[in-house]
Design a protein around this ligand. Structure first.
Ligand code: 5RP
Length: 239
């Protein structure tokens, strides 16, 4: 596709080559350990969905290292522009859900609560993260021990992606669901709120109690595109 008469066209981009993780990576050593564990799972010929966040970022570097050394043929379906650009900077092959079904997925999490329930979406990519996790039969959540919590929602709010015109309606419905506080996520590097990759807003919602049906309750509000609450999905947690 990206070729003329069979000759591969390659961008010569300094901007992509110089990409780094924005800011410090908290608990880097522990994240690196689990990144190496996930890299050991890669097999030649696979299509892998790459999650977002700093742990997934480190994992991609470890995987790229194996691909280079062992000359593996592996394709990636990214869960965000951020991780697509990391794939590009590492020279990894990208594909999409329209072309391939991923063999497996790896992704990070903000909280891992009792009964394998997650909060994700600090990076704002929860819609594609959930779409890809639901599309994969095998999913690995890669976390450092700081992510394990006794009660879901104790350290992180539930991020909710909202269609902009429905923001006031969604606010009223989230309050009716018992939200203790709701914050429109502000952007950094742009005035006003965060606008997601899908052109929507993010509401960070704190709840005192999150029951086991909450993902479905939030999703049933008209105007909610997706939330970062993962209660219905099947995955294995690696540390
Ligand atoms: C992004 C996510 C990340 O996977 C989650 O925030 C974990 O990030 P990190 O690995 O940097 O701690 O859900 O939307």
């Amino acid at each position: 596709k990206n070729s003329v008469n069979g000759k591969q066209m390659i961008w010569n981009s300094k901007m992509i080559a110089q990409l780094e993780w924005s800011g410090d990576i908290i608990n880097r050593e522990q994240k690196q350990l689990v990144a190496d564990k996930i890299a050991a799972k890669v097999k030649n010929g696979q299509v892998i969905s790459a999650g977002s966040g700093s742990t997934a970022f480190l994992a991609l570097f470890s995987i790229a290292d194996r691909i280079r050394k062992e000359q593996l043929d592996v394709k990636f379906i990214p869960t965000s522009i951020e991780i697509a650009m990391t794939c590009s900077s590492l020279g990894l092959q990208l594909t999409s859900l329209l072309e391939n079904k991923p063999d497996w997925l790896f992704d990070g999490a903000d909280e891992v609560g009792p009964n394998n329930q997650l909060i994700k979406g600090r990076g704002g990519a929860m819609f594609q993260e959930k779409l890809l996790m639901n599309s994969c039969a095998v999913n690995y959540i890669i976390v450092d021990p700081s992510k394990i919590v006794d009660k879901l929602g104790s350290k992180f709010p539930v991020p909710i992606e909202v269609f902009p015109q429905s923001i006031l309606y969604v606010e009223s419905q989230l309050l009716a669901l018992g939200a203790a506080s709701l914050n429109l996520r502000p952007a950094k590097g742009k005035d006003g709120p965060v606008i997601t990759e899908n052109g929507n807003l993010i509401v960070d919602a704190w709840f005192d109690t999150i029951d086991s049906n909450f993902e479905l309750k939030i999703k049933s509000i008209t105007g909610v595109i997706e939330s970062g609450l993962f209660q219905q999905q099947k995955f294995e947690v690696l540390m």
